[in-house]
Design a protein around this ligand. Structure first.
Ligand code: GLV
Ligand code: MN
Ligand code: MN
Length: 405
């Protein structure tokens, strides 16, 4: 808790949260602090070419059981999203060291670059590169929403490391995270044993119309990108409602140009975040949106172009890891439920290369990506204890020849 609060002192925003967009000066200060703490625990630290920081407690033999998460935040982030997972993993190692527990294989903590995708798309970029899902060169060339290049920003903040990507495959990976949604609290359950992560589709939609005088242009002669942006926003809300189930759709960003009171906009740029646990349904939602874009474009006589930012299929976690988390949570006297994750996480990338899973603790009122994000200390501690025993238990997990993702 002390480390969570200390990290939250780096780049604070009103309301107790953080703005630590990936590879900004604020991210650099946060990284420096975590690296200092890793050093204090005697971890061997490696920084790879995409800036992922891996701290390893080199005990025993073989590939490490790894935990970890991210410390970058969205612009209006809370203090727990990601940071909790990184700092709890460090706490697990320190606790073992202090208690004289020597695991049969190394334990490692990963701090993955740009999990949020709020500055550089896609989200989970660092862990994606770590597992070989995106070539390093492509990642280094990604341009931020502020125009900066990822590779240049890594060099600028001193985190363009020398360790090659993809990184070494861990024996197993487990990530502890706040739920960021309302289910655990609503069900009065303390621990979520995460079964899967839903598929994610992000696209940027650019609408170009005819900019003109707001007072003199008759309504019937307008080609208004602002109207079309609003219609798309309403459409995706209705689509999610009609599809029901796990379907969610969000327009989180709207930029109008020139963005002036008395000017019909020339251009609108919006983002669509569309998710479903079922990839077939996610494909259907994407197709319906594409169809609607054509319909509104011709109705208002504007040009619409789209740019894919992210497309990740749903991911299932390893049954043995899920069972292990569930069992340990119960043994420690917690209520526990199996549940999918609505948010994207680094563990979904690690699941491509090693047995992986996640532990959730409740988010008060289900609020996240918001400075008001909060989890009770008693829940944070329960989650960290389960992480400790899960990591130790996974050190003896039998290797599998086949992975599901
Ligand atoms: C990552 O936090 C995401 O799910 O958008
Ligand atoms: Mn997170
Ligand atoms: Mn997040």
């Amino acid at each position: 808790m002390m480390r969570i609060n200390a990290l939250a002192e780096v780049s604070p925003i009103d309301g107790g949260g953080n703005c630590r967009l990936a590879l900004t000066d604020e991210d650099m200060h946060g990284r420096n602090l975590v690296v200092d703490w890793m050093r204090e625990c005697g971890l061997e630290i490696s920084v790879d070419a995409v800036g992922n920081i891996i701290g390893t407690w080199n005990v025993g033999a073989g590939a490490p059981v790894m935990s970890g998460s991210h410390i970058d935040t969205v612009r209006t982030g809370g203090r727990f999203d990601g940071c909790y997972g990184v700092l709890a993993a460090l706490e697990v190692i320190q606790t073992c060291q202090q208690a004289g527990i020597t695991p049969p294989r190394p334990l490692a903590v990963g701090v993955f670059t740009d999990e949020e995708g709020a500055r550089f798309a896609p989200d989970m970029l660092g862990s994606l590169v770590y597992v070989g899902g995106m070539p390093l060169e492509e990642a280094l060339d990604v341009i931020a929403i502020d125009g900066a290049k990822l590779g240049d920003e890594l060099v600028r903040i001193g985190y363009a490391g020398v360790t090659p990507c993809p990184g070494p495959i861990p024996h197993a990976f487990v990530e502890l995270h706040i739920e960021q949604g309302p289910m655990l609290e609503a069900n009065g359950v303390r621990i979520g044993a995460v079964t899967s992560v839903q598929g994610i589709s992000w696209q940027e939609v650019t609408i170009v119309g005819q900019s003109n005088h707001a007072g003199t242009t008759p309504m019937s002669l307008r080609h208004d990108p602002a109207l079309v942006a609003a219609e798309i926003t309403v459409f995706v809300r209705q689509l999610a409602k009609e599809m029901g189930g796990d379907q969610v759709c969000t327009v989180g960003k709207i930029d109008l140009h020139p963005n002036l009171t008395n000017v019909v906009a020339a251009k609108a740029t919006i983002t669509l975040d569309v998710r479903n646990t079922d990839d077939v349904l996610l494909n259907q939602a994407e197709a319906k949106i594409a169809e609607f874009l054509q319909v509104v474009a011709s109705a208002e006589n504007v040009q619409i172009t789209t740019r894919k930012l992210v497309r990740f299929e749903p991911v299932k976690f390893d049954e043995r890891v899920i069972d292990c988390i569930e069992e340990i949570a119960k043994q420690q006297g917690n209520t526990v439920q199996r549940m999918p994750s609505g948010a994207g996480h680094d563990a979904q990338m690690l699941a491509r290369v090693c047995p992986s899973g996640m532990i959730f603790v409740p988010s008060v009122k289900g609020i996240s990506h918001n400075a008001a994000e909060f989890t009770e200390t008693v829940d944070l501690i329960a989650g960290a204890n389960i992480l400790l025993h899960t990591m130790l238990s996974l050190t003896t997990l039998e290797p599998t020849s086949e992975l599901t993702n």
